[in-house]
Design a protein around this ligand. Structure first.
Ligand code: ATP
Ligand code: MG
Length: 375
């Protein structure tokens, strides 16, 4: 799939933009703080109705405006669709082909995008929360049920935590309601956990392939899902997982009452990356960790393609300069001709562009985007 026309009003420093993108490669050059990341963030938001940088949508609205508006024309192999998102301080609204959609979960997935920024190089090294966010964003955009259950989970988890806080402070005494919430939460947790197993299993294979391709090394990459309820195994059916999560909630109840928060469940899960069976968080070199992060991003592209039959857009924010020449070439080779790609950079120098044929080059300055004249 690709995005042809894109228009933006009042999104961060992008006051008013109307851009036509190339269906292959688009390169955005500009000095710091001109709006390059904002532009990729806007495209990402049109696809996922969320930002990769903030969970507070109000931050996205230009300081001097009341709302931000994004719209674009998406071309898929069979159809073309018009998408639109309106962000106000009261919330957001979405349209497909000018028809307002009451549910975000109906909208998300119409346009798929995979974003790669320097922070993603932390995927292996960083905190578990980073890896959970990765799962929620990526699996949510290819599976409407996952999206639904993960937002439901957050909602019920909040409810349960609030109630636990009240119990722990002696403001309420009835623990029966707590059990009701735990039961509900375990049911939703099981739905999330089976899907995490399924998608991570697929990602593991695709990432292994990509790792081989970009590292030219002989180590074998594997990705393992580590649910915080350790009794669960990949062979378990949803029902069994539900019982195991619920049993765990029961076992942890005294500790949870004391701490006033839920101590296990999908919000405490993690992913383990291994090279030749050894934990990459502990043993892999900086370069190996970067190769793993990059492989996982490339695997996501395959995962989206596998599920939707279309390649997602690839948004590369400032990552080219962070990769050495070997990895740059491997990356560009891997994606060449498959995905519509958006690359930001402060400088064209030091990047091996020769692989890309005829990219469209734009300059970003003070929130304005202009196409470089072809020579
Ligand atoms: P770098 O090369 O440093 O990454 P960049 O071109 O990616 O720079 P952006 O992050 O896209 O820069 O843009 C940053 C600019 O956007 C800053 O000047 C910031 O003040 C401005 N900005 C951020 N949010 C808003 C907002 N809500 N309203 C207006 N301007 C904003
Ligand atoms: Mg930036």
């Amino acid at each position: 799939m690709y995005l042809s026309r894109f228009s933006v009003q009042g999104f961060r420093n992008l006051h008013k933009l109307e851009v036509n993108f190339d269906s292959n490669v688009n390169i955005f050059i500009g000095k710091n703080a001109q709006g390059k990341t904002n532009l990729l963030e806007a495209i990402y938001f049109l696809a996922l109705t969320r930002s990769h940088r903030t969970s507070n949508d109000s931050e996205l609205i230009n300081f001097t405006k009341e709302y931000a508006n994004l719209s674009g024309e998406v071309h898929k192999s069979q159809i073309e669709i018009d998408l639109r998102v309106l962000i106000t301080n009261k919330g957001k609204k979405v349209w497909i082909n000018r028809l307002q959609q009451p549910k975000l979960s109906k909208y998300v997935g119409q346009l798929n995008a995979v974003l790669f920024s320097p922070e993603d190089l932390e995927l292996v090294k960083g905190a578990p929360a980073l890896r959970r966010r990765f799962m929620d964003q990526e699996f949510g955009q290819i599976n409407a049920e996952y999206l639904y259950f993960s937002s439901k989970y957050r909602q019920v988890l909040n409810q349960k935590n609030n109630y636990l806080k009240k119990l722990s402070r002696g403001k309420v005494r009835d623990t029966l309601f707590l059990d009701v919430l735990s039961d509900q939460l375990a049911g939703i947790a099981a739905e999330i956990i089976v899907r995490r197993y399924k998608f991570l299993n697929y990602l593991s294979h695709a990432a292994q392939d990509a790792y081989e391709h970009i590292s030219l090394a002989s180590e074998k990459l594997t990705i393992e899902y580590k649910p915080s309820v350790s009794e669960i195994s990949s062979q378990d059916a949803t029902e069994e997982i539900y019982h195991k999560v619920l049993d765990n909630f029961k076992k942890m109840k005294p500790a949870e009452l004391k701490r006033g928060t839920t101590l296990s469940g999908p919000h405490r899960d993690d992913i383990i990356f291994k090279l030749d069976g050894k934990n990459a968080h502990l043993y892999a070199s900086q370069g190996q960790q970067r190769s793993i992060a990059l492989s996982v991003k490339l695997a996501e592209i395959q995962l989206v393609h596998n599920v939707t039959n279309e390649y997602p857009l690839l948004l590369l924010d400032d990552v080219m300069s962070e990769l050495d020449h070997g990895r740059q070439s491997a990356l560009l080779n891997y994606i060449h001709g498959k995905t519509q790609t958006f690359i930001t950079t402060t400088d064209l120098e030091g990047i091996s562009w020769e692989i890309i044929k005829k990219p469209k080059i734009y300059h970003v300055q003070n929130g304005e985007v202009s196409l470089e004249k072809e020579n």
